[in-house]
Design a protein around this ligand. Structure first.
Ligand code: UD1
Ligand code: UDP
Length: 376
């Protein structure tokens, strides 16, 4: 069995790491195809180094651009790479343009696809990610749903119900509830993250601080939403008077400059805008924060596991499990709602249950794949 890991963005590298490490340990033949969607050192290479992943990867060097151009360029590159060196299974993760390009290119070459983090839905078709995950879930052979709710979402769309004639024979798409591999990574790297000196490096004197990340297209590519969030943070800063650490995604930095809002953000005395940080430093910042404000999917999951209350800077979430658990609250981009949500979340006792798994998702996924491919 030869596995191809198809990835291209920061969260895909992090969430694929557990399976890649199992392949390394168990000597399962594998290759890594990187579309190059994320290319800055602090958005890509640093995670390979920190998470002990091999440096031998095939990078397709996709150029940043519109969804259509990027997806098409990636599909062409993936197709060429897979034709040259065929794999038995392609694993894709999440809901990015890389994910959908990888899944589409592979199935058309009749290579089975496993979708890690299948079945997430925001039921908001304004988001590019929603289309990406719907397409992937409908064409993948193996669906690794992180939670029961994700599995139900798939069932509701009829996935896994009917027998389908695949190139390898007639069968159903298979769904497995595995947990989210994000939790595996947190469990595996906790000790190392404890050694991070990040807080000292950025001069955080107080042990009380908030952590913020924002990058979603629907948030940062619209001036009014970006402005709403800045005003919200200003409110939070004035009310709580604690440092707010903001490792800024390159997309957000570009948009703040384009909309001439960077100076406004920089005037908030409590706000510490820094470059994106590596995984271990981010983990340490996250684990010790009093509150997280984010529109990131992965950060919502991690905060929930780490028992750090979370204000979600979105109107809907594809991770409703953390809201249901009491770990998060939806605030959107409205400045008043952001402050109120922060006030409510900080009052909450932090004893919610983590719905995202036990940290063995990667093991389950690799066990399923190994046993299936031996049977074939
Ligand atoms: C992508 C995913 C999003 C995911 C996020 C994780 C899609 C549609 N979106 O969004 O689902 O949550 O990654 O972070 O696939 N840029 C750099 N350096 C980099 C990467 C990006 O400067 O290393 C800048 C470029 O100006 C680029 C912009 O960020 O145009 C957006 O990058 P892109 O990969 O298109 O989308 P993300 O916002 O990163
Ligand atoms: N992360 C990181 N450094 C940062 C910000 C985030 O290592 O400066 C990690 C974070 O711990 C999580 C992942 O990146 O594992 C989330 O990625 P992102 O928010 O870009 O994407 P999303 O999860 O929203 O798709």
């Amino acid at each position: 069995m030869k596995v191809a890991f198809l990835l291209g963005t920061r969260p895909e590298i992090i969430k694929m790491a557990p399976m890649i490490r199992i392949c390394q340990r168990e000597k399962i033949p594998f290759r890594i195809l990187h579309t190059g969607q994320h290319y800055d050192v602090m958005m890509s290479a640093t995670f390979f180094k920190e998470l002990g992943l091999p440096s031998i990867i095939q990078n397709l060097h996709t150029k940043s651009g519109t969804h259509g151009r990027m997806t098409a360029q990636m599909m062409g590159g993936i197709e060429r790479a897979l034709k040259k060196d065929r794999s038995d299974i392609v694993l894709v993760q999440g809901d990015t343009d890389t994910t959908v390009a990888g899944a589409l290119a592979s199935v058309k070459l009749h290579i089975p696809v496993g979708h890690v983090e299948a079945g997430l839905r925001s039921y908001d078709r304004r988001l590019p990610e929603e289309y990406n995950r719907i397409i992937c879930d409908h064409i993948a052979d193996y669906l690794f749903a992180p939670t029961k709710l994700a599995k139900e979402n798939l069932h509701q769309e009829g996935i896994g119900r009917n027998s389908i004639l695949f190139p390898q024979g007639e069968r159903r798409q298979e769904i497995f509830v595995t947990g989210n591999t994000a939790i595996d990574v947190l469990k595996q790297w906790r000790e190392k993250a404890d050694n991070s000196r990040m807080r000292q490096r950025i001069g955080l004197q107080s042990t009380e601080y908030f952590l913020m990340t924002v990058h979603r297209e629907e948030n940062v590519d619209r001036r009014e939403n970006l402005l709403g969030m800045i005003r919200g943070i200003e409110n939070v800063a004035k009310f709580f008077r604690v440092p707010i650490v903001f490792p800024m995604h390159p997309r957000t930095m570009r948009k703040l400059k384009e909309y001439k809002l960077l100076a406004k953000a920089a005037r908030i005395r409590e706000l510490r805008i820094i470059e994106p940080v590596g995984f271990l430093d981010f983990f340490a910042l996250e684990a010790n924060a009093s509150l997280v404000l984010t529109d990131s999917g992965g950060v919502q999951e991690e905060a929930c596991y780490l028992r750090v209350p979370c204000v979600v800077l979105r109107e809907r979430t594809d991770r409703p499990e953390s809201v249901q658990a009491g770990a998060a609250m939806l605030a959107g981009c409205d400045s008043e709602t952001i402050l109120k949500s922060a006030q409510v979340m900080l009052q909450k006792p932090r004893h919610w249950k983590n719905p995202f798994g036990d940290g063995k998702a990667g093991e389950r996924i690799m066990e399923i794949l190994t046993s299936h491919f031996c049977l074939l």
